[in-house]
Design a protein around this ligand. Sequence first.
Ligand SMILES: [Zn+2]
Length: 304
Amino acid sequence: MDTVASNTIRIDVEHRGNQQVIAACLLTGESGAAIVDPGPASALPVLKRKLAQCGLSVADLNAILLTHIHLDHAGATGTLVAENPRIGVFVHERGAPHMAQPDKLLASAQRLYGEEMDRLWGEFRAVPAENLNILKGGERIRAGGRAIEVEYTPGHASHHVTYFDSSNGLAFVGDTAGIRISNRKYIVPPTPPPDIDLETWGKSLDRILSRKPSKLFLTHFSTAEPVEVHLAELRERLARWAEMVRETLSGGADDAGRASQFAQNVLTEMRGQLSEQDATRYAKGAGLDLCWAGLARYWRKRGT
Ligand SMILES: [Zn+2]
């Protein structure tokens, strides 16, 4: 665990034994503790162990702030709420129905992950509707003993929000500001199906930038700065990946071949700039085949 700001603790949930892939963030305050993106249910034992190291348990939580509902971010939520029904769950209005009735979300994830689904993410339990605090963006909420402003930031997911912590200037950006492990000099955009939209994503980055956060807290993984440089590099790589995927679409290969061609090209580039271990972490966090699929879907929707 690491303190990233006063009363603000990063928890590496060590997803399937891998360090620096998924980070939750614990916000502590006198009126109770909150967690931003608790991670998947498969990582709950680690989350609980690390809460205990902070002298806390699930009973001490009163809020979960979800940036979006993908399983690597939100999977543990229903299980935590079942254990402590006092937890209020903050989520965008387009994601909320799927937290209460996850069948469609899970069917869509099942198509992406197949047989790996349970092993990767564990059980996804529904959250009772009365525990949901539904956001549109523009709200000011209180959680973890501080005021937090909410901004709607779609692009990676159509229901993605960013939380701005008024106590320290941190922006909890989920996946909107990409993947960058412990502020290494390499940033990639996670672009899985089904929502990828480059135009709305770009506007979301503008909105994050305009609030001038001091640092970004990325789920994959930890804090990133300086913010302006980070976001500029992310924009560049997102545009580049989109072009790389578009080029594969005109080739003769089938989709599996196109995805693996893209993944190979990206991995080769990453290996040129990162250690082998880090390149593997980035690839795991992003899921390169899925990144191809999300961008291919974006282009095909536009008739490219
Ligand atoms: Zn993610």
